[in-house]
Design a protein around this ligand. Sequence first.
Ligand SMILES: NC(=O)c1ccc[n+]([C@@H]2O[C@H](COP(=O)([O-])OP(=O)(O)OC[C@H]3O[C@@H](n4cnc5c(N)ncnc54)[C@H](O)[C@@H]3O)[C@@H](O)[C@H]2O)c1
Length: 346
Amino acid sequence: MTVTIQLPHNNDYNIYINKLDDILLDTKVVIVTNPTVSKLHLDYLKENITSKQLSICTVPDGEQYKNMESIDLILSHCFEHRLDRKSVLLALGGGVIGDMTGFAASLYQRGIDFIQVPTTLLSQVDASVGGKTGVNNKYGKNLIGSFWQPNAVYIDPMFLSTLPKREFSAGVAEIVKMAATFNKDFFEWIEKNDLRNSNNIETAILKSVETKAWVVSQDERERGLRAALNYGHTFGHVIENETNYNTYLHGEAVGIGMVMANELSVELGLMSTDEAKRIKNVLESYDIPTTYKIQDVEEFYDHFFFDKKSLDNKIKFILAKNIGDCKITNEIDKQTVISVLKGFSI
Ligand SMILES: NC(=O)c1ccc[n+]([C@@H]2O[C@H](COP(=O)([O-])OP(=O)(O)OC[C@H]3O[C@@H](n4cnc5c(N)ncnc54)[C@H](O)[C@@H]3O)[C@@H](O)[C@H]2O)c1
């Protein structure tokens, strides 16, 4: 199955959802990966790639290494292996590897090609598509980066066979996000089908990638619609921050964030309590956490202002409208938000 992402600057590309087939490149290639993924899947990738010169750059595993030091490591590897402007970086790993490889590719000699081979569910359905690249720093997550589209994305569901259950569920949260905000039929399909089944997960990957590709085609630089992909993230980022990024996986925090956002939707009459419950039920059926005890409601609210989407002292909320539609708004008064947050502080 192939999805094409259409972009305005002649940089369309294909996303292949299949067993990995020959990746034929007549250039120097660097595979960027980490020790965990390398041990499990590097040989398989190497069997399926042809290039002029192949080298492997391994960076440490973990969100805490998504930083400029790792970018420096990747760039040094490129210089040491004398990559030229036609060379290609290939990301083999989850969202952390994908985001960093893309960022390094955007910097090396003012930008070279890169390819995504995502190996987590979250990166297959979301992070590998759309060209957002970057790293974290002490001020926050993904605050340094660039828009740099890959030349192709190769999604092989086989990689998921080695993924820990918790990581799989974190990816399901992002699938639910796409369905709840953009596609009611897809959400209803998810309610009826177990995504742990291999045929079903392939269908869900395809649907999610089609949704993301459509959104990015409309709004590559997140001037409007693309912000809807941050449903659950405004609350989720605060939760990740309050818990020092070491309690919840990103997808899990997004899961709780969607439940919080839905309470706000219910309060504003955008969603019924029954619809909010249905979204919560799906998340809970994959053991995605849906509760969080807010210690200090005012402090939680203040944290929203660190969000990249906050502008002119106004918080941008992404809300699901019923199931399958969404609303982006920065016009919600503080009291309404605080009263919803209080529901999570008891
Ligand atoms: N660019 C975007 O549009 C976008 C979108 C969403 C998330 N992100 C970013 O993605 C990152 C999260 O990505 P993630 O959830 O993939 O985390 P991750 O990259 O840290 O991977 C999670 C863990 O799974 C391991 N792993 C990867 N593939 C595996 C496999 N097949 N089998 C066993 N273990 C495997 C990794 O080594 C890691 O330990 C965050 O940094 C987030 O900011 C980016």
